[in-house]
Design a protein around this ligand. Structure first.
Ligand SMILES: [Zn+2]
Length: 367
């Protein structure tokens, strides 16, 4: 079977996002399934529509997955609903789940209705596409690894499970009161981070001396850890989309993939999570998912794509993370301002030149 996976660039400056589309043929090659995984910003959403019309030659999208409600993933999806015909939407709808977690967060002052409203107000981009789908009779499926009721061929949602999701949603920024103090604190933090960004110290890293360490369990925001993790099995070619998930979520996904009867460490294609941030991935989960480090100059065994803004460096992608994937047999390709494309033979020739993979970096960020 044939498939094409496209990562479109998101963002002009240093902020990253995801805008991904893919299509794959049925076993008999007679028909194509077209999917979108996140839409990035409004302008990348527009590019996504153009891309699907031009390269997939259709205005019909069989399924849209909104991995999590952050603006850099959800905003552009409204363009997809405006301009194309979407048949199915997979997204979490936290405003509909309040009954399931209300008891865990209530402080006695907040009602179920006000919590629901906070979740709607806090995620306007995701709520907009949810409303559009409901108003237009587009089926909405809840992408949890323990249900998988979406009927999309070759796709298994491998994360999050319902329980894992509920443990994340109770810590969402939108339902925890934001005080003036915490706003001030976070802008102070931002200034400190900006200063830190300007003064990067570099250290050297060798192939056999990994500097990437396992991040703390709370290094990933709850919103990011609630990301939908999608696993496609195309005739034994295994494809993993990780969105902005962190180590805990990825570990749960690894369990699920094994429970489905698939071996790990044998992917053809893996999305580097969270635009290549070192807060989402560490040696332990990488060893389990994609394999342990290989000897230097071993041939690559899989492709890893990272959605990173044109000026996203050094945070996105982090060089220790790029090295960690390369060390484990990955050929790492970053969007960084242009569309990157992974495909099988038999798909239409676009006449595009081969993407230049990122190098192994011998100098990496000190922290
Ligand atoms: Zn993101």
């Amino acid at each position: 079977m044939e498939y094409e996976i496209d990562f479109l660039p998101v963002g002009e400056g240093s902020s990253s996002g995801d805008a991904i589309c893919l299509r794959y043929s049925d076993d008999d090659g007679a028909s194509w399934h077209v999917g979108v995984i996140d839409g990035g910003t409004q302008s990348s959403g527009e590019s996504l529509c153009e891309h699907i019309k031009t390269h997939y030659n259709t205005v019909v999208v069989d399924f849209v997955i909104c991995t999590h409600p952050d603006q850099d993933h959800a905003s552009g999806l409204s363009k997809v609903f405006d301009e194309l015909t979407v048949k199915k939407l997979l997204m979490h709808c936290p405003w509909d789940y309040v009954d399931h977690f209300f008891e865990s967060v209530t402080d006695g002052r907040i009602t179920k209705e006000s919590m629901r409203q906070r979740l709607i107000d806090g995620h306007p981009y995701a709520y907009k596409i949810y409303e559009y789908a409901i108003e237009n009779g587009i089926p909405v499926h809840h992408p949890f690894s323990d249900s998988n009721d979406h009927n999309i061929p070759y796709l298994d949602i491998v994360g999050p499970s319902g329980d894992f999701y509920l443990n994340q949603v109770i810590n969402f920024r939108s339902i925890n009161e934001v005080t003036e103090d915490s706003i001030e604190e976070s802008s102070l933090l931002k200034r400190a981070m900006d200063a830190a960004m300007k003064a990067i110290n570099w250290i050297s890293e060798e192939w056999d001396d990994e500097k990437l360490v396992d991040p703390a369990a709370d290094a990933t925001s709850s919103e990011n850890n609630s990301s939908v993790i999608s696993f496609f099995n195309f005739d034994g070619k295994k494809i993993l989309f990780t969105a902005d998930s962190g180590t805990l979520a990825l570990t749960e996904a690894a369990d699920k993939i094994e429970a489905l009867g698939h071996d790990l460490q044998s992917f053809s294609f893996v999305q580097v999570p969270h635009h290549g941030s070192k807060r989402n991935i560490g040696p332990t989960v990488l060893n389990r998912l994609v394999g342990t480090p290989k000897l230097i100059d071993s041939s690559t065994t899989f492709t890893a794509f990272v959605s990173a803004a044109k000026e996203g460096e050094p945070k996105h992608p982090n060089k220790r993370v790029v090295n960690a994937f390369k060390r484990r047999g990955g050929e790492v390709v970053a969007t960084q301002g242009s569309t990157k494309y992974y495909y099988t033979s038999g798909t239409p020739d676009r006449g595009w030149s081969k993407a230049e993979p990122l190098p192994f970096y011998t100098d990496v960020e000190d922290d």
